[in-house]
Every structure is written in structure tokens, then in C-alpha cells.
Design a protein. Sequence first.
Length: 261
Amino acid sequence: MVYQSINYFVERGVATIAMNRPETLNALNDDMLSELYDAIKRAERSREVRAVILTGQGRGFSSGQDLKSFQHAGEPRDIGAHLDQFYHPLIQRLAELDKPTIAMVNGVAAGAGMSLALVCDLRVASDSARFTQAFVRIGLVPDSGSSYFLPRLIGYARALEMTMTGMMVDAVTALQWGLVNRVVPQDHLVEETTRLAIELAEGAPLALGMIKREIAYGLAHPLHETLEREKDFQIQAAETDDHQQAVQAFFLKKPPVFEGR
Ligand code: T3D
């Protein structure tokens, strides 16, 4: 697929996917949503790619669904079919990607644009990033996973405040609330996020994939089931060449080199 609405490149094991409709603050139209899905699939299938950065070009991360699509004159728009066709597969694929994902939040993240940031494993925000659950401001409700991820990240009360008011949350507050992992000056955003992504790309890929699933499992299951799941994953991890090699490297006082085996 040739991309028109996003940019995609890979460097040092990190795929960077940048939404590229800056004149709309990267509003999500069908082309962009299809391309994002394709890019995630591409990153997932590439052996070279071991971490993914999702970001936006220009001064916005993403302003959410392109509001032009709501300005229809004739037939009412089938919003359920649209969510099923575009958003749900994208959010699900990102959530299930067996590689670490980082949202590099360069500016405003609104509505489903914020959902895209939430589904990523980590969020690094610039000091000019802003977050809004804009849905309610146009009489809609949270979608694209916001009602799943937001209370898990910031708690019930704050999630309700954000979703019921559509308030704008600045980067400092986002950090205090646990909505983002780090806030860095805008000028350092790419450098700092890339450094973190490379660190993850050089980590043990099989273990990282399992960690992602294990933590999600632990949030949704009781302790006794989580202990069993941890054990299953630990058995698998202990059998990898990466683990064996890393233990040897420890005693040789060398850094481990993880090959994903
Ligand atoms: O269809 C389905 O499947 C349902 C899915 C729904 C999911 C959703 O995401 S619903 C929520 C959609 N998003 C919004 O409601 C947010 C709308 N945008 C805003 O509230 C503001 O633009 C922001 C708070 C994000 C940023 O404000 P500000 O003041 O920094 O920028 P601005 O001047 O409002 O926007 C800059 C330009 O981007 C402007 O265009 P112009 O006037 O320069 O030609 C504006 O119209 C355009 N823009 C911003 N957001 C969108 C957009 N164009 C289309 N769609 C947008 N969502």
C-alpha cells in the first residue's frame, strides 16, 4: 500500500508511524484509518521492527474523527458500521501487537485521536501536548477504547470528569494523573522518545510481548489465575535462547544481545 495520509519509516529497529494531515491536526478520515491499520500490520510482520512509535505531523497528535464526515446531507451515516469497519480492528490490532508501542504525543489529542494515544503501551508527551475526550462536546460518547483504557490509567473519577466535561488536560496534569509516562520539552520530544524506543527495540522481544499480555491479563483476572498465567509465560521465557544468552552475558559482564529466539 502506498501511503498518502501517513508516513512510515524504520530506523534502528523502530518503526515510526506519523499521521500526516497537519492542516486538520491529523483528523482521522477513512484513508488515514486504513493506512494506519496497514502500517501496524506491516510493523507486526517485519522482523526488523521491534518497537513502534505513533505520532502526528505538525502541531497536533490527532484531533479525532474528521468532523467533515458528519456533515452529510442525505442518508444518515452508519456510525456503528464505521466503528466496526475502521476503528475496532485498528484499536484491537494495536492492543494485541506483540511489540512495544509508544505514542509520541506532540500536540493536541482529541476524541478518537486520544483513544489512539491511550491504546499504546507508553505515552511520551511534549510540554505542549493536550488531551481532551472531545466526544461529549459534539453530543457523542467515548469510543475507540477510551472508556476501557482511560479509567484503567487515571481512575474512575478522573475518567468520568474528562469524559463528561470534555475538559482539556495539559501535559503537566496528564503526568500527575498517570495519563502519560513522561513529559519532555517539545524540542527534545523526538530524541527522548526515540531513545526509549531503541532501548525497547534492543530488549528481549519475546519477553516484551509476553509482558504486555501478562500485565493486561493481570488487570482483568483474579490473583490465582494471574499467578498461573505468570508461571506459563515464565516457563516459555526461560526456554528462550535470549534468556540463556543473557544469563551468560551477565557472568561475562557483557551486555546481552537479544535475537528474539
Ligand atoms: O465516525 C465514527 O466512527 C465515530 C467516531 C468518533 C470519534 C471521534 O473522534 S468524535 C470527536 C471528533 N473530534 C472532535 O470533536 C475535536 C474537534 N476539534 C477541536 O475541538 C479542536 O480543533 C481541538 C481542541 C482539537 C484543537 O483546537 P485548536 O484551537 O488548537 O485548533 P483549531 O483551530 O480548532 O483546528 C485547526 C484546524 O483543524 C481547523 O481548520 P481551519 O479552520 O484551520 O481550516 C479545524 O477545523 C481543523 N480540525 C480540527 N479538528 C478537526 C478538524 N477538522 C476536521 N475534523 C476534526 N476533528
